[in-house]
Ligand binder design. Structure first.
Ligand code: NDP
Ligand code: 8X3
Length: 259
């Protein structure tokens, strides 16, 4: 298995859930980590933990992926020996609301589109030229089954993840002839802060999403991300769709009676 030791991995949205779990998994493999998100205090706590446990080097940076100027300046001012990023995990993302389109909040739509599509584009645009120049690198996008199947009330979130799917496919086409790899990891239900964010902090409603079923964990997704990143150099994992055994589609889940 190709080694991740000393490879530079940048993860967006590393302050929680799947991004945080990816940070753990890459640290276990000896990678050098650049962890970004808006909540810097969480990143600092995580960085301390990873440094102590795995003796890896970690950089943290407060970064709102929606802010193009900030993305460009934060990434351009990384220390020289952190510039040659080997793996970019475009994970930062969110859903807001589950309203019918004609009742939806425009502010929710803008937050999702600005984060899930434009944020991913800004970060990729800043990092990919260096990968092309070095003819080395791997972009791993966190998509969703929502990008493959639309569900009631999912309208704009599903559209944003369909865009991520198209962008992953487009990148793969554009990078043909280089050694750079592009993967999309597209999960179903994963229990993280995702649903609490979707329902604007309504914890009871968020808990209902996972009620009576066994969801995926953030670590399940991180395992797949690391799998993609550790294939031999000639192998590109284009797309992985994974869902819990208790889920068959975006709308069909098996809930066990609660005793
Ligand atoms: P969490 O809410 O636990 O984590 C989301 C992460 O994204 C946080 O670290 C958050 O950090 C970061 N983030 C959100 N907005 C921004 C922003 N504007 N700039 C920078 N970082 C941002 O959810 P998940 O771990 O579940 O979500 C991670 C990804 O996985 C998302 O792209 C999501 O769409 C996708 N996904 C999730 C599924 C699920 O069921 N949970 C299923 C399929 C895909 P901070 O707030 O500190 O900025
Ligand atoms: C998250 C999975 O089904 O809640 O992308 O949209 S779902």
């Amino acid at each position: 298995m190709p080694s991740l030791n000393n490879q530079i991995v940048l993860i967006t949205g590393a302050s929680s859930g799947i991004g945080e779990a990816c940070a753990h998994r890459f640290a276990e493999q000896g990678a050098r980590l650049i962890l970004t998100a808006r909540r810097l205090n969480r990143l600092e706590t995580l960085a301390r933990k990873l440094t102590e446990k795995f003796a890896v080097e970690v950089q943290v940076a407060a970064l709102d992926v929606r802010d193009r100027t900030q993305v460009e300046s934060v990434l351009a001012t990384l220390p020289d020996d952190w510039q040659a990023i080997d793996i970019l995990v475009n994970n930062a993302g969110l859903s807001r609301g589950l309203d019918k389109l004609h009742e939806g909040l425009v502010q929710d739509w803008e937050e999702m589109l600005d984060t899930n599509i434009k944020g991913l584009l800004y970060v990729t645009r800043a990092i990919l030229p260096g990968m092309v120049q070095r003819n080395r690198g791997h972009i791993i996008n966190i998509g969703s089954i929502a990008g493959h199947q639309t569900y009631p009330g999912g309208n704009v979130y599903c559209a944003s993840k369909a865009a991520v799917r198209a962008l992953s496919e487009g990148l793969k086409l554009d990078l043909l002839g280089t050694a750079i790899r592009v993967s999309s990891v597209d999960p179903g239900l994963v229990e993280t802060e995702f649903s609490a964010v979707r329902f604007h902090g309504d914890g009871d409603r968020a808990a209902q999403v996972y009620r009576g079923l066994t969801p995926l964990t953030a670590e399940d997704i991180a395992d797949v991300v690391v799998f993609c990143a550790t294939r031999p150099a000639h192998v590109n994992i284009n797309n992985v769709i994974l869902m819990p055994v208790d889920q068959a589609s975006t709308t069909m889940v098996n809930r066990h009676p609660i005793g």
